[in-house]
Write a protein that binds this ligand. Sequence first.
Ligand code: NAD
Length: 336
Amino acid sequence: MNVLVIGGAGYIGSHVVYELNDAGHDVTILDNFSTGLRENVDARATLVEGDMQDLTLLNRLLESSKNKPSDATSTAEEADPFDSVFHFAALKAAGESMEHPDIYTRANLVATMELLNTMLRHNIKNFIFSSSAATYGNPQYLPIDEAHPQIPINYYGFTKLVIEQTLKWYSQLKGLRFAVLRYFNAAGYDVKGRITGKEQNPANLLPIVMEVAAGMREQLQVFGNDYPTRDGTCIRDYIHVNDLATAHVRSMEYLVAENRDLTLNLATGEGYTVLEVIHEAERVSGRPVTHSIVGRRAGDPAELVATSGRAFDQIGWKAEQSELSKLVESMWQVYG
Ligand SMILES: NC(=O)c1ccc[n+]([C@@H]2O[C@H](COP(=O)([O-])OP(=O)(O)OC[C@H]3O[C@@H](n4cnc5c(N)ncnc54)[C@H](O)[C@@H]3O)[C@@H](O)[C@H]2O)c1
C-alpha cells in the first residue's frame, strides 16, 4: 500500500517507517525535523521535508497523482494516491502544554484538523493516529482498559482527546476510517540496531537513565519513594517501539480489510518501578546510574498500567519485545 507518514523521522515514526518498508509498503515521509533526525530516516522511504502546517504543501502532497497521465514518471509528488496516513507529528511534553497551551492548540489541534479536512478533500479515508495514555488522566481502576473514563489532567492529553472525538464524528459523517492507538510509555530502540539517533532533550525515564549510565548527564532525580508500590517508586507500563511499530502496520491492514474503526491501548499490562529500571540499566551497562530521591511530583499516579486485550482480539497483537531486559539492552546498543 501507498502510505504517508507525517513525523516519520521522529522516535516512534522512524520505527514504524522501517516496519512498513519491511512489510513491503510504499512509504513517503513528511517531516520538518523540528525534533526528528535525518539519520533515523529509512533510506527506502521517499522523504518530503516540510511542515504539515503548510497547507499548500499538504494539499499538493495529498493531491498526489490522481490526475497523473498513466505514462508519467513517478516522483515524490506524482505517486499514486495515498491509501493511509499515519500522524506522529505532535508536541508531547505535558508540563510545557500547561504553560503554553496556545502552542499546543496550533501544533496538535489545528494542524490535525486541517490534515483531516485535507485528507477528506482528496478522498483519503484511512487515518492512524498517535493517541496517548494521557487522555485517561488519573486511573480510577487498574489495569486501564479502553472503556476507562477519559478525563485528562494536562492540556496535552486534552488535545489528544479532542482529536479522538473529532475522529468519531468524521467517521460517522464522512466515512473516515481511523485507528486511535493509545500508547503508554514508549521505550527501547530497534532490536535490529538500524535506528541509532538519540532523542534530543528527552523527558522520559528510560532515555534519561541511559544518559546517566553513558556519562551524558550526572544524575537523575527519582520523584518520591513513598508510594504504595513494591519499592515505593512509581510503576509505569513500558512498551517497546518495535512492538508499537507492529501494531501500527496491523492496524492499517485492519482498517483496509475490515473497513471498521479501531481504538486500542498499546501496553503490556505489567509495569516496572523507577528503581527496577535503574537497577536493570546498571546491570546491562555495568555502570552506576547515580540518582537522588526527591519529593513527589504533582499529578504523578503511583501506578499506571493498561490492558491490551482488545488489541489482541481485534488485530492479533500483543507486546513481544517489551520485557525490561530487552527494552534496556536495545537502548544500551544506542547509548553505550
Ligand atoms: N513517546 C511516547 O512515549 C509517546 C506516548 C504517547 C503518545 N505519543 C505520541 O506519539 C507521537 C510521536 O511521538 P514521538 O515520541 O515519536 O515524538 P517525536 O518528537 O520524536 O516525533 C515527532 C516527529 O514529528 C515531526 N514534526 C513535528 N511537528 C511537525 C510539523 N508541523 N510538520 C512536520 N513534521 C513535524 C518531528 O520533526 C518529529 O520527527 C506524538 O503524537 C506523541 O504525542 C508518544
